[in-house]
Design a protein around this ligand. Structure first.
Ligand SMILES: Cc1cc2nc3c(=O)[nH]c(=O)nc-3n(C[C@H](O)[C@H](O)[C@H](O)COP(=O)(O)OP(=O)(O)OC[C@H]3O[C@@H](n4cnc5c(N)ncnc54)[C@H](O)[C@@H]3O)c2cc1C
Length: 311
C-alpha cells in the first residue's frame, strides 16, 4: 500500500546534475518533487575532483561540492530528497508505480535521470582485483596509490582528466589507449602530454589484470603488431566509456540499440507523463552542464504537461 506521503506529483529517479536540476525547476513550480538518490548521491559528477567547465565557477569547483550545492538549492525550494533506489517500475497506467528498496511511490509524472555507469574491459583479473588495484574512480581511490605505478586506460576527456589528477599521488601514470588519436579535448591532451609523470602506450589494449591478492601488472597487446608485453603496475584506472542505467525501463520505454532512452526535443519519452534527461537519454554530450540543462527542460515540460491536464 502506498503511503499518502508517497503519492507525488513528480518523482525524479536520480540525484546527478540532471535529477537535481529537474528538482530545482519542479520545486520552484511548487510541485513538491521527490528525488530518489540511488546509490550515488550527486551522480558521476560527485566522483570527479574538480569540474572546470561548469559555468559560474571560473576557478573550478569540486565535483562533490557542486552536487551539494545543487541539492541545497533544490531542497531550499521544497524538494524532498530520499536516500533510496528504484528497483521496479510500472509505467502501464498513471499514476506510475515505482517500487524502491524501502517502499512504493505513485507518481503523476516521472523524470528518469538514472545516468550511466562505467563500462568494464571484461578481461581476466578485472573483477577479482576490483578494489585491490582495479578502480573506475580516481577521486575515490587515487590517494591509495601514493608513490605507486598506475595505469589509466582510455582516450577520452575522463581518462586524461583523471590521469592528470592521479599524478598528485602516483610516481608514474601510463595511459594505455587502443588508438593513435585521442577523443579528449586539445587542452587536456596538451596538459597530459606535457606532464613529466605521464607516459603513453598507444595502439594497445589491456588483455589481463595480473595479480594474486593485489594487482601486480597488466598484460598488454599491441593491436597493430599483436605483440604481448607485461607492464608492472600497482593500480589500473579504467575510463573506456559508459553504459546507460536504463535496464529498469526495458520493454516499457523506447530505447536505442545501446539502451539510451529515446526522447523528443521536449524530453518526452514514448510514455506520456514520463520524461528523461541527462546521460540516461544522451549518448552525445555527456557533460554536467548539458545534463543539468536537459533536467531543467524535462521539469519545465512535465510542469506544462500537468498544467494542461488540470486545464
Ligand atoms: C570521472 C569523471 C569525470 C567527469 N568530469 C566531468 C567534467 O569535468 N565536466 C563535465 O561537465 N562532466 C564531467 N563528467 C561527466 C558528468 O559527470 C556527467 O555527464 C553527469 O554527471 C551526468 O549527469 P546525470 O544526472 O545524467 O547522471 P549521473 O551523474 O550518472 O547520475 C545518475 C544518478 O542516478 C542515480 N540512479 C541510478 N539508478 C537509479 C535507480 N534505479 N533509482 C534511483 N536513482 C538511480 C544515481 O545514484 C545517480 O545519482 C565526468 C564523469 C566522470 C565519470
Amino acid at each position: 500500500m502506498t503511503d499518502n506521503a508517497n503519492k507525488v506529483k513528480m518523482l525524479i529517479l536520480g540525484s546527478g546534475p540532471a535529477g537535481l536540476a529537474a528538482a530545482l525547476y519542479a520545486a520552484r513550480a511548487e510541485l513538491a518533487p521527490v528525488v530518489l538518490t540511488g546509490t550515488q548521491l550527486g551522480g558521476q559528477a560527485a566522483l570527479t575532483f574538480t569540474i572546470e567547465n561548469y559555468p559560474g565557477f571560473p576557478d573550478g569547483v569540486g565535483g562533490a561540492q557542486l552536487g551539494e550545492l545543487f541539492q541545497r538549492q533544490a531542497e531550499h525550494f521544497g524538494t524532498r530528497v530520499e536516500f533510496d533506489t528504484a528497483n521496479k517500475v510500472d509505467l502501464s497506467a498513471r499514476p506510475f508505480k515505482v517500487t524502491t528498496d524501502v517502499g512504493e511511490y505513485e507518481a503523476e509524472t516521472l523524470i528518469v535521470t538514472t545516468g550511466a555507469s562505467p563500462i568494464h574491459l571484461n578481461v581476466p583479473g578485472e573483477d577479482t582485483l576490483l578494489g585491490r588495484g582495479v578502480s573506475y574512480c580516481a577521486t575515490c581511490d587515487g590517494a591509495f596509490f601514493k608513490e605507486k605505478k598506475v595505469i589509466v586506460v582510455g582516450g577520452g576527456d575522463s581518462a586524461l582528466e583523471e590521469a592528470i589528477f592521479i599524478t598528485r599521488y602516483a610516481s608514474s601514470v601510463t595511459i594505455i589507449h587502443r588508438r593513435e588519436e585521442f577523443r579528449a579535448g586539445a587542452i587536456l591532451q596538451k596538459r597530459a602530454k606535457d606532464h613529466p609523470k605521464i607516459q603513453f602506450v598507444l595502439n594497445t589494449v589491456v588483455t589481463e589484470v595480473v595479480g594474486k591478492d593485489k594487482m601486480e601488472a597488466a598484460r598488454l597487446k599491441n593491436v597493430a603488431t599483436g605483440e604481448e608485453t607485461l607492464l608492472d603496475a600497482d593500480g589500473i584506472f579504467i575510463f573506456v566509456g559508459h553504459t546507460p542505467n536504463t535496464q529498469l525501463f526495458e520493454g516499457q520505454l523506447k530505447m536505442d540499440s545501446h539502451g539510451y532512452i529515446e526522447t523528443d526535443m521536449l524530453m518526452q519519452t514514448s510514455v506520456a507523463g514520463v520524461f528523461a534527461a541527462g546521460e540516461a537519454a544522451d549518448p552525445h554530450f555527456r557533460q554536467v552542464v548539458t545534463s543539468a540543462g536537459m533536467g531543467a527542460a524535462a521539469a519545465i515540460q512535465a510542469t506544462r504537461f500537468l498544467e494542461a491536464e488540470s486545464g
